[in-house]
Design a protein around this ligand. Structure first.
Ligand SMILES: Cc1cc2nc3c(=O)[nH]c(=O)nc-3n(C[C@H](O)[C@H](O)[C@H](O)COP(=O)(O)O)c2cc1C
Length: 210
């Protein structure tokens, strides 16, 4: 993946772990930066969008939701929704797949499947493609506390090449709102994708705070 700015194809998977706001902030930030997003939302991911963000975040209303929440800048990018059952989607293919993939939030179930290379659904297959093609796969797991099998699966994903970004926002930037926490997580993800952003202030060691 080239570090230069420009349009890239980013696969974004949303699974049924808590943290739907992180997913929507990541989607909107990618679009604000002109990215082409291949979006896959699992069955429980769809449920979490509604449970945590309300009925206005239903999948068929997502464009309106992100525009109303983060503004018309999201129109700079483009997104396409794929069924998690569609193993024929472009991102399931090694030769035509995405340039990078983000799974935010990532359930322990999906992380276990990736750790063991199961490839049963589009999310699992697209993640497997990223690993086998040595392209960036960013996994944002969310669970607490974590069992030993879950911790081992996290290590297996990291050993296979995934970048593990637990949903653990920092507080040194003195967040005032839940939106600030979501900005922080989305910002960390964009930084790892080498997309320059201003989602949170840079750490200033002189001032002792961001
Ligand atoms: C309200 C709710 C919250 C959940 N939160 C989490 C969570 O934070 N982490 C997790 O690993 N699973 C969580 N689960 C369980 C997953 O949704 C469940 O394991 C599901 O099968 C995951 O499937 P998926 O990865 O295909 O989305 C939650 C389920 C519900 C209904």
């Amino acid at each position: 993946m080239s570090p230069e700015a420009g349009t890239r194809r980013i696969a974004l998977a949303v699974t049924g772990a808590s943290g739907a706001l992180y997913a929507m902030r990541t989607l909107s930030a990618l679009l604000e930066h002109g990215q082409q997003v291949d979006l896959v939302i699992t069955e429980y991911g769809r449920r979490l969008l509604i449970d945590e963000l309300g009925p206005e975040a239903r999948v068929d209303r997502l464009q309106a939701y992100i525009e109303n929440t983060w503004g018309e800048g999201v129109r700079r990018g483009d997104w396409q929704l794929h069924s998690n059952k569609d193993l024929g989607a472009r991102i399931a293919s090694g030769s035509r797949g995405a340039d990078a993939m983000v799974i935010v939030p990532c359930s322990m179930k999906t992380m276990a499947a990736i750790a063991h290379g199961l490839s049963r659904s589009l999310v699992e297959r697209a993640a497997d493609v990223m690993l086998k093609e040595h392209r960036p796969l960013i996994i944002v797991p969310r669970e607490t506390p974590m069992s030993l099998p879950q911790l081992r699966n996290m290590v297996s994903c990291a050993e296979a090449g995934a970048i593990m970004v637990p949903a653990m926002p920092g507080f040194y930037q003195r967040p005032q709102t839940i939106g600030d926490l979501a900005d922080f997580m989305a910002g960390r993800i964009l930084s790892l994708l080498r997309i320059e952003h201003e989602l949170y202030p840079a750490w200033d060691p002189q001032a002792g705070r961001a």
